[in-house]
Design a protein around this ligand. Structure first.
Ligand SMILES: Nc1ncnc2c1ncn2[C@@H]1O[C@H](COP(=O)(O)OP(=O)(O)OP(=O)(O)O)[C@@H](O)[C@H]1O
Ligand SMILES: [Mg+2]
Length: 426
């Protein structure tokens, strides 16, 4: 696969939101000589993604003004990235404008695969030749030194049914999309794990096999047990028989998580709602804990209790981030009340989208793939970009293009505030 070819040219593509699946983009992704790290439809996010991933080449298909603005931003934040612009038609004034802005090549649609690859290779070769003259290494060599860090992200819902598995699954797929790196999704919701159904996967090998061989875990065993998904992620499925993991120990959990950490750039872990040795071990291994909650009193009450539990058990607060699922909600608790109650930053909100999420769950396809343009899918991409290190503002109240805040429709009642607060002692 191109992602594993160390000499592949790393590319980020910025295109219009409705043009992310153009034929030339899809064709490019299948070429082993290039590695499309991310396709981004939102301009600002695209610039941030380039800043974070520092690709060799940025291919940008937007309006002339947007291309100009992007090239300037990229020069400042990703100076080694070479920009290639894509224009809808031959237009000399636009070409001259982009050349003086710093575009390395300008291609005119419709794009032929051969012409596109030749352009990409040529701009890289020319830059490498320039670097070699001044004694600098190839731009392709530079990346190998930076790609090694890995991150374990534990997703947990302190109340059942708040969306932990939906978040973990889509986050894993989104991380693969925005980073282009190797991503594992591990189902530590051991007794009734849902990752297999949400991704429509089956295997006779599960987490149980790793637990049994936890003292001798190696890459070969991981390769046999983890199941590849069409999105490019690999899934470690929960056992199909609940009793199989009844006595799993913290030692086994640690060994499995560390083996995954050694092989993957991102390890996303879905876990169940209660605090036991398994959850505690996962929390201790995590670089980041995403606590999923919904704007309803019972879920918020449990979230507060979970945060307090973390404090008592040494899970540093700065490793814990709140994800508000199914928000905004017309009858739900307001953001202001939630913030006052939890006193912990809310990193992201994911809107409720019953038709898309239910369809996706029933088909066994992540909503990010079944409804890529939906608000909920876009929110997952934003969350993933943040997890991957982008400084993105992930909390948002409205669908892209919507004109008013849904939150304004919420009823702020005293009753909700009282129910969230501590009960009077008398
Ligand atoms: N943003 C959303 N919009 C609409 N429906 C959602 C959303 N998130 C989750 N759901 C739905 O809520 C239900 C519970 O989701 P999910 O299984 O992900 O939760 P969970 O916290 O993992 O539950 P469990 O405690 O059973 O493990 C599912 O039917 C799912 O389709
Ligand atoms: Mg679940």
């Amino acid at each position: 696969m191109s992602a594993q070819n160390p000499s592949a040219i790393r590319i980020v593509i910025i295109a219009p939101v409705d043009g992310l699946d153009q034929e030339w983009i899809t064709n490019l992704q299948s070429d082993p000589g290039v590695h499309v790290q991310a396709r981004v439809g939102v301009l600002q996010r695209g610039i941030e993604t380039v800043q974070h991933l520092q690709p060799n080449v940025l291919l940008i298909d937007r309006t002339i003004e947007e291309i100009e603005e992007t090239i300037q931003a990229v020069y400042a934040t990703a100076p080694d990235t070479l920009c290639v612009a894509v224009l809808p038609q031959q237009d000399m004034p636009s070409v001259r404008r982009l050349v003086s802005a710093g575009a390395r090549d300008i291609l005119i649609k419709p794009l032929q695969q051969r012409e596109l690859l030749a352009s990409i290779r040529q701009v890289v070769q020319m830059e490498d030749a320039r670097r070699s003259r001044i004694g600098q290494p190839s731009i392709l060599a530079k990346y190998e030194q930076r790609a090694s860090s890995s991150k374990v992200i534990v997703v947990m819902g302190p109340k059942g049914g708040v969306g932990s598995t939906t978040v973990a699954t889509n986050l894993a797929v989104a991380l693969r999309r925005v980073s282009g790196r190797e991503v594992a999704l591990a189902d530590f919701s051991l007794q009734f794990g849902d990752v297999a159904v949400l991704l429509n996967l089956w295997s006779k090998h599960t987490l149980h096999d790793l637990a049994v061989h936890y003292t001798t875990l190696d890459e070969g065993l991981l390769d046999r047990v983890l199941v590849p998904h069409e999105s490019g992620i690999k899934a470690l499925l929960a056992p199909t028989e609940p009793e199989l993991t009844a006595d799993m120990s913290g030692k086994q959990v640690t060994a499995i998580v560390e083996a995954l950490r050694n092989k993957f750039s991102y390890v996303v872990i879905d876990c169940w709602s209660f605090m036991d040795e398994i959850t505690e071990t996962l929390m201790a291994s995590a670089d980041q804990v995403l606590l999923v909650t919904t704007p309803e009193v019972p879920a918020l009450k449990n979230t507060k209790q979970a945060l307090e539990y973390f404090t008592r058990h040494g899970v540093q607060r700065d490793r814990v981030s709140l994800v508000l699922n199914r928000f905004p909600s017309v009858k739900g608790v307001t953001l202001k009340d939630i913030q006052q109650h939890l006193r912990h930053p809310i990193q992201a909100n994911l809107p409720s989208d019953g038709p898309a999420v239910t369809y996706a769950a029933n088909k066994g396809v992540p909503v990010l793939l079944s409804h890529p343009q939906s608000w909920v899918a876009q929110s997952f991409l934003k969350l993933a970009a943040w997890v991957a290190g982008d400084k993105v503002q992930t909390i948002s109240y409205e669908a892209p293009g919507a004109s008013r805040l849904v939150e304004q429709k919420q009823a702020e009642t005293k009753t909700v505030r009282w129910r969230l607060g501590r009960r009077p002692s008398h």
